[in-house]
Design a protein around this ligand. Structure first.
Ligand code: GCO
Ligand code: MG
Length: 415
């Protein structure tokens, strides 16, 4: 049998998604995700460019097709290429699972655990609203939550629902998807960042959270690439008494991985990084030198299951675990792919989970489940997600760029 069709869809049920659907000559279909937040049309065009070369290839030869797309591109790596390769790869695993009558995690080696420990996104503009947010997720069963807090005097802070500009919403079964950084404008919104205010505020917030909730609640935090290496080192030291599961993206290590040596030398707060890194080559120094504890990549942005399985096997040798990126800008297809890999790999750490909106979940029918803090990909053959093309067509693409960031004096900074 062979690949007969490779169709690309861009749809915007609540937010933009790029979907690839591959159909074989015997009518089996598979889905992949190439959503690149704020750059969706570029990823879709890439897929349209490579689609003709897929036609006629044997859908069973996933590794060869992966190598064909990776080595054959000549222009290796980068987020657009790796997201497009991921969409093809996941669609082929979906097809293989359907043909074998097995969920993809069984093809990846089978379940290594009963469920996938998951963290939610709590945030607050002040302590009462932060505690409400944490309480809500604990009531829903979450055992782990990241904590983001509005900076005093700064109009809008990354990751904080209810701070200026953040979109809000109410998800299915009460799980709120209340922070969405991409805004439906044509020009990016500008935000402000101040490291001094941040370093003066966050440690006190974690102290309050630990005092209120005790030692059991698993806490995480995302600095979103904003600290200089020495600031990140200090931040990690300041957080040590509050026993974080990780601090994420403290410093832009995709710019210079030596930054993390400085952070590592000074603190035992665990380090997670990688949501904007997209190949195992980009992880060599980080993993070999044990500069990180958790790989933050998503299957969607990192070349698919074929590539991520190898990356995680490499990480396993160095005691590095997974903490895959799972925001709402990874589609339900990409989220399901994360979950199949989470369940199968030995060095699973934790999985981020921001539930998609009702609108999104009417277009993508998922079979993964959330129960008492743990996700499971489900046992349907393949990836376990269906895509309603007719309904998707009712939600045309809408530009929605990510914000940009400036320091108080107007200097451009990492967002
Ligand atoms: C996270 C991420 C997101 C990103 C978003 C960008 O940890 O979930 O940092 O919030 O900002 O995925 O597209
Ligand atoms: Mg992040």
């Amino acid at each position: 049998m062979a690949i007969e069709k490779a169709e690309v869809f861009v749809t915007s049920p609540g937010r933009n998604f790029v979907v690839l659907k591959i159909t074989t000559t015997d009518g089996v279909t598979g889905l992949g995700d190439a959503t690149l937040n704020g750059r969706e049309l570029v990823a879709a065009e890439y897929l349209k460019t490579i689609a003709p070369s897929l036609i006629g290839k044997d859908e069973d030869n996933i590794e060869d097709i992966w190598q064909y797309l990776y080595k054959g591109a000549y222009w290796k790596r980068g987020p657009v290429t790796m997201a497009a390769i991921s969409a093809v790869d996941v669609a082929l695993w979906d097809i293989k699972g359907k043909k074998a009558g097995m969920p993809v995690y069984k093809l990846l080696g089978g379940a290594s655990r009963k469920g996938i420990l998951t963290y939610a996104h709590a945030s607050g503009v002040d302590l009462p609203s932060l505690f409400d947010s944490i309480d809500m997720y604990r009531d829903l069963g979450f055992k782990a939550t990241r904590v983001q807090y509005a900076l005093p005097g700064i109009p809008s802070t990354y990751g904080v629902a209810g701070s200026a500009n953040a979109q809000k919403g109410e998800g299915e079964k009460g799980v709120r998807y209340d922070y969405e950084p991409a805004r439906r404008t044509t020009v990016p919104v500008e935000e402000v960042w101040d490291a001094r205010t941040y370093l003066n505020t966050l440690p006190g917030v974690f102290e309050e959270v630990r005092n209120k909730y005790g030692k059991d609640l698993i806490l995480l935090h995302d600095s979103h690439h904003r600290l200089r290496p020495i600031e990140a080192a200090r931040f990690g030291k300041l957080l040590e008494p509050y026993d974080l599961f990780w601090m994420e993206d403290t410093t832009p290590a995709e710019e210079n991985q030596q930054f993390l040596r400085i952070v590592r030398e000074h603190t035992t707060t665990p380090i997670a990084i990688g949501e904007i890194i997209n190949s195992w080559s980009d992880y060599i120094t980080l993993i070999e030198e044990q500069l990180i504890d958790y790989v933050r990549s998503a299957v969607t942005h990192t070349g698919g299951l074929t590539h991520m399985k190898k990356l995680m096997a490499f990480a396993e040798l160095f005691g590095v675990k997974s903490g895959f990126h799972g925001p709402t800008d990874v589609s339900p297809v990409g989220m399901a792919a994360n979950l199949h890999l989470d369940l199968a790999i030995p060095n699973f750490g934790i999985q981020e989970y921001m539930k998609h909106s009702d609108e999104t979940l009417e277009v993508f029918h998922t079979s993964y489940t959330f129960n008492d803090g743990y996700l499971h990909p489900g046992d349907k053959p393949g990836i376990g997600v269906e895509f309603d093309e007719k309904l998707a067509a009712k939600y045309p693409y809408q530009p929605a760029p990510l914000p940009v960031d400036r320091l108080l004096d107007g200097t451009m900074h990492e967002w």
